[in-house]
Design a protein around this ligand. Structure first.
Ligand code: ACO
Length: 697
């Protein structure tokens, strides 16, 4: 628990100053004048008194218990101050000072020095290079932002201090309430996951917002976020493609993933709501403030304006919401109470001359109607519209139901007061139907996550001998300097984990080729086998559809000549003879690796679909059964797998089985960084992989 940082009973400001322009002065003054009621100790060896408070030469000279020290002395002095804090038994420090890792190697060294010190003394640290900490409930402003934001139950952590200052100012201007705020700068010790965990436990926080540029420990972040998001919404901005997120994309799969994909997947896995910018962050946060969650996707739109109603309906459908008409009884009731010109279906149009009573009639029915899980109330301020009263009715009715209502009051001065009245009473109200519905749909998606059952993680029985065999193979290849494992070895490893390949045999002579082909049965495929040749087709090393002995003999000679000519230095082991597999649909299965979050499995339709349309889906490992099915559902071309124009559907279970096997393989052999199985032919029943590559590192 980080209460000693967010709820300290005593704070020392080290580097407190009399000079008004200095940060050490501003922070002490903020703490002294904005409501903090705990004990305050200015620390400065040059002063006896600052802002009327007794000043001490060092933290250890105070002689009283100090929970938190806010450090605002120049960087080179920070280590000695931390040492002093350690000796005095301080539990937490907030290092505002800049000039550490962000400035280069010298600064990084200094940062490591302070990290070693806090570890030695068991201190927890926020920063360095940060804005500080706020707890509005305690009137505690341990930052150099000039004012506290209004009180609220939304807490916010930010990797950027400057953004924090701007947000606080914005919150003051718009009346958006905050509970706790922390800017964590270089996050040498405490990072996003620690604050997420703390806010998750914090009884005064209902909604967690955050701004991050990277994540320190991806696996822990997912594990904590997953747990926290089950309790309260976590809404994050993630900006910047970072070094941690980037990876060398040697495989097809890696190239398709891009640098940001792992974050999208991590957020999805953990139920984190991702938003793109600051405005959206608050728009989405608003919709969660009521604390009411729709029990499903059925949204009712009620409007006094046709156009905005259509925009809302279109946006709702795009976001996967369901716009059902209300029940028969409700529609009959509305027909009785509303004018004949009103549209009774969804959106319900109460018409331009609507009075607040008409809205009341619709809301009353919506509250009890089984076809409505939530309501969006759209209003444009016509001369006869009683805007304030509509807002009052919304609030009144919302008190009687667990179904969430959102407002969309479009206009300027005429709707301003009603909008702010609704917001003050925790009913989200927007000025654009697109924004209103986008925000509302985040609420619906969050509820799905909240009620989602834990996925089913399947463990295929792989014997210890098999694991040993693969382990030896991978290590031997790595020790031999191999990073790209070609077809034969890749097939061997993958088939040991249950990925099927066609029947195969390696021929060193034309006679042997014929014998193997006859054992397998014609037609066959022939591929040159050489550890030095990855792209076999490019050097004339692949022949397909060979129907008899003559063709096999000729192909053997031609291929070896082709390859020797194209790559004279390549060592040729022989020619692989494969069973020729036909029918089925080509898909691609792959694995890529992200430095922050680990392995990701990819699935997509093969051939042109992957080359041109990049129609693929990803999930981070370990992949659960539900996730694997979702991967298939997610691609645009899934209909092709279900069978079009009388075709039989492909075996989705076989694809899921392979996804889960790949997930298990890379979890058990993290030395594997990337895999391409391209194509995998999926048939009516089962499937078979035609080519594979593994990259280790
Ligand atoms: N213990 C206590 N006080 C000390 C000690 C010590 N060991 N050593 C020095 N001091 C006193 C100084 O005497 C001075 O007091 P004075 O005004 O009475 O002389 C006070 O501490 C501050 O020291 P200065 O040398 O005057 O340093 P200054 O206040 O100019 O700068 C600061 C210090 C603010 C920490 C600066 O080094 C710095 O890092 N600035 C950038 C901060 C920043 O931007 N952080 C990131 C924020 S996030 C964002 O982007 C918004």
């Amino acid at each position: 628990m980080l209460d000693f940082i967010f709820k300290p009973e005593s704070i020392a400001v080290v580097g407190a100053s009399e000079e008004e322009k200095k940060i050490g002065h501003v922070i002490l003054k903020n703490l002294l004048t904005q409501g903090y009621a705990g004990k305050l100790f200015p620390i400065n060896p040059k002063r006896k008194e600052i802002l009327g408070l007794k000043c001490y030469p060092s933290v250890s000279a105070v002689g009283e218990k100090i929970d938190l020290a806010v450090i605002v002395v120049p960087a080179k002095v920070v280590p000695s101050v931390i040492k002093d804090c350690g000796e005095a038994g301080v539990k937490g420090v907030v290092v505002i000072t800049a000039g550490f890792k962000e400035t280069g190697e010298e600064g990084a060294k200094l940062e490591r020095e302070i990290l070693d010190l806090i570890k030695k003394y068991g201190i927890r640290m926020v920063g360095p290079n940060c804005l500080g900490v706020i707890n509005t409930e305690l009137g505690m402003n341990a930052t150099f932002a000039p004012e506290l934001p209004p009180k609220g139950r939304v807490s916010f952590f930010s990797q950027s201090g400057a953004l924090g200052v701007a947000l606080i100012d914005w919150a003051i201007g718009s009346g958006f309430g905050f509970g706790k705020f922390v800017s964590f700068g270089n996050k040498a010790d405490l990072n996003e996951t620690d604050f997420l965990e703390y806010f998750g436990e914090d009884e005064d926080t209902d909604i967690i917002l955050g701004y991050i540029e990277d994540v320190k420990d991806g696996k822990r972040f997912i594990e904590v976020a997953k747990r926290v998001a089950k309790k309260k919404p976590v809404i994050l901005i993630k900006s910047g493609a970072t070094e941690a997120g980037a990876r060398a994309a040697s495989s097809h799969t890696g190239a398709l993933a891009g640098s940001d994909r792992a974050f999208t997947e991590a957020f999805r896995k953990a139920g984190v709501i991702r938003v793109e910018g600051i405005k959206e962050l608050f728009e989405v946060a608003e919709v969660f403030k009521s604390g009411k969650f729709p029990s499903g996707e059925k949204l009712l739109i009620v409007t006094n304006a046709g156009g905005p109603g259509i925009i809302a309906a279109d946006t709702a459908e795009k976001n996967g919401l369901k716009l059902y008409p209300m029940s028969k009884e409700s529609i009959e009731y509305l027909a009785e109470k509303l004018p004949p010109t009103a549209a009774l279906y969804n959106p319900v149009d109460v018409i331009g001359d609507a009075t607040s009573e008409r809205y009341a009639v619709v809301l009353e029915r919506a509250m009890v109607d089984p076809n409505v899980d939530g309501v969006c109330v759209i209003l444009t301020p016509q001369a006869v519209t009683d805007v304030e009263n509509v807002a009052k009715i919304m609030l009144e009715k919302s008190k009687e139901t667990e179904k969430p209502f959102v407002g969309c009051f479009i206009g300027g001065p005429k709707v301003r007061e009603a909008t702010s009245y609704l917001k003050t009473n925790n009913i989200a109200c927007y000025e654009d139907p697109l924004i209103a519905i986008n925000a509302y749909s985040k609420l619906v998606h969050y509820v799905k996550y909240k009620h989602r059952e834990e996925d089913e993680y399947i463990k295929f029985p792989i014997s210890e001998e098999v694991k040993k065999e693969i382990g030896f193979m991978l290590e031997a290849l790595r020790d031999a300097g191999v990073s790209v494992i070609g077809e034969e070895n890749a097939m061997k490893i993958l088939s040991l984990y249950g990925i099927e390949f066609p029947k195969r045999g390696l021929a060193r002579t034309a006679d042997e080729a014929v014998r193997i082909a006859e054992q397998i049965g014609y037609p066959v495929v022939m591929k040159i086998s050489s550890p030095h040749i990855i792209h076999k087709t490019d050097v004339g090393g692949v022949k397909v559809g060979l129907k008899d002995e003559k063709e096999v003999r000729e192909a053997f000679v031609e291929m070896t000549i082709n390859v020797k000519r194209a790559m004279p230095g390549a060592y040729i082991k022989g020619v692989n003879i494969y069973e020729m597999v036909t029918g089925g649909k080509e898909v691609i299965l792959g694995v890529t690796y992200d430095n922050t979050f680990g392995h990701m499995i990819m699935f997509g339709l093969g051939g042109v679909y992957v080359e041109v349309l990049k129609d693929v889906s990803f999930r981070l490992t370990p992949v659960g059964k539900r996730e694997a099915y979702e991967m298939i559902e997610e691609i645009k071309g899934k209909k092709l797998l279900e069978g079009v124009r009388g075709e039989k559907p492909c075996d989705k279970d076989a694809i899921v089985d392979k996804i889960l096997r790949l997930s298990q393989l890379v979890e058990e052999f993290p030395i594997i960084k990337e895999i391409d199985i391209n194509p995998y032919l999926v048939k009516e029943v089962g499937g078979v992989a035609l080519d594979a590559r593994i990259i280790i590192g």
